[in-house]
Design a protein around this ligand. Structure first.
Ligand SMILES: NC(=O)c1ccc[n+]([C@@H]2O[C@H](COP(=O)([O-])OP(=O)(O)OC[C@H]3O[C@@H](n4cnc5c(N)ncnc54)[C@H](O)[C@@H]3O)[C@@H](O)[C@H]2O)c1
Length: 288
C-alpha cells in the first residue's frame, strides 16, 4: 500500500461501505483524500475512523447525479492539487422492483446515480488524472454488470452501462497513450449498507428485512473488497471481479451467455452463486 503514500485520491460515496473502506485504507497509507457523499454524517464518520491524522482528508457533500455539483467539486479539488493519482467512482444505490412496478421516476433516480454519476466523475476528474505521470480511474460496476436477474432491471441497466462506458473510455485512453489506467470493478455480494438503503416497491419491506434477505449472499467484507480494488489499481489491472460468487458467475455467463437464466432458475448453481436457494417470486434475489 506504500504505492499510495503522498498521492492524491478522490472517492465518491465515501460515507459508507466500500467507499469508506477505501478511504480508511488510503488514509492509513498516507494518501491525501478528497471525499464526497450525499450523506454528510456518513462522511464525518468515515473521517472520524481514520488512524492517520497526518494525511489530509477534505470532505464535500456532492450528489453524483448532479453534473454541475461534480464539476464544481472537481474544480475545488484542482485548486488544491492539479494532479490526482486515483479517482474511484463508487457512489451507488439499489432499487428492488419489477419493470412493471418501477416508476419512470425511480428508473431515472437510479440511472442518474449509478450510471450518470460515473460519467460525471470520469469527465470531471480526467484532466487532473491526465496531469499525473501514472494514475488510475476506477469505476464500480457490479457482478450485475455481467449477469441480469429479475427485479433489478434499473440496476442491471446502469451497471452494464458502466461496464460499456468504461471499456470504451479505456480504449480511448490507451489509443491516446494516456497515463490513466482504467479498472472496471465487478463486485459480488459485499457486506455494506446497499441493501438496507435500497428503494423497494414492497410497502412491507423494511431496512432490516432487506438486509436479512441480502445477508446470505454476502461473500466479502467491504475491507477485503477495498484491498482488492487498491491492489488492482496499483497493478494497472483492467477488470476486477471480487468474490468467489462474481468469479463463478463471470465464467457461467461466458459459457452460457443466454442459458444462464435457466441455470439460475433451476437452482443448478445456487450453492455456488448469489442466487438464493428459494427466491420469493416477488423479490429480487440479491442486490449487488
Ligand atoms: N454491496 C454489494 O454487494 C455491491 C456489489 C456490487 C457492486 N456494488 C457497488 O458498490 C458501490 C458502493 O456501494 P456499497 O455496497 O458500499 O453501498 P453503501 O450503501 O454502503 O455505500 C454507498 C454510498 O453511496 C452514497 N450515495 C448514494 N447516493 C449518492 C449520490 N447520489 N451521490 C453521492 N453519494 C451517494 C451513499 O450515501 C453511501 O454512502 C455501489 O456503486 C454499488 O452499486 C456493491
Amino acid at each position: 500500500m506504500d504505492y499510495f503514500r503522498q498521492k492524491h485520491a478522490a472517492i465518491t460515496g465515501a460515507g459508507s461501505g466500500i467507499g469508506r473502506a477505501l478511504a480508511q485504507q488510503l488514509n492509513a497509507a498516507g494518501c491525501h483524500l478528497y471525499l464526497s457523499d450525499v450523506d454528510e454524517t456518513g462522511l464525518q464518520a468515515t473521517v472520524a475512523s481514520f488512524t492517520n491524522q497526518a494525511a489530509n482528508a477534505r470532505c464535500t457533500v456532492v450528489d453524483v447525479a448532479d453534473a454541475e455539483a461534480v464539476q464544481s467539486w472537481a474544480a475545488a479539488v484542482a485548486e488544491i492539487t492539479p494532479q490526482l493519482h486515483l479517482v474511484v467512482n463508487n457512489a451507488g444505490v439499489d432499487l428492488m422492483a419489477s419493470v412493471a412496478e418501477t416508476s419512470l421516476k425511480d428508473f431515472h433516480w437510479l440511472i442518474n446515480i449509478n450510471f450518470w454519476g460515473v460519467v460525471h466523475g470520469s469527465q470531471a476528474f480526467l484532466p487532473a488524472l491526465e496531469r499525473a505521470e501514472r494514475s488510475h480511474l476506477v469505476n464500480i460496476s457490479s457482478v450485475f454488470g455481467l449477469i441480469a436477474v429479475p427485479n433489478q432491471s434499473a440496476y442491471n441497466a446502469a451497471k452494464f452501462a458502466v461496464r460499456g462506458f468504461s471499456e470504451s473510455l479505456r480504449q480511448e485512453l490507451d489509443l491516446a497513450g494516456s497515463p490513466v489506467k482504467l479498472c472496471c470493478v465487478h463486485p459480488g455480494g459485499i457486506d455494506t449498507n446497499i441493501a438496507r438503503r435500497a428503494r423497494n416497491v414492497d410497502p412491507n419491506a423494511t431496512e432490516e428485512s432487506q438486509q436479512a434477505m441480502f445477508a446470505p449472499h454476502v461473500r466479502t467484507s467491504a475491507e477485503d473488497a477495498a484491498r482488492q480494488i487498491l491492489r488492482a489499481a496499483e497493478k494497472g489491472q483492467r477488470r476486477l471481479l471480487i468474490g468467489s460468487d462474481a468469479k463463478i458467475i463471470g465464467w457461467i455467463v461466458r459459457l452460457f451467455p443466454t442459458a444462464y437464466a435457466r441455470l439460475f432458475r433451476d437452482k443448478a448453481v445456487s450453492a455456488l452463486s448469489d442466487a438464493p436457494p428459494d427466491p420469493p417470486s416477488d423479490q429480487s434475489p440479491h442486490t449487488p
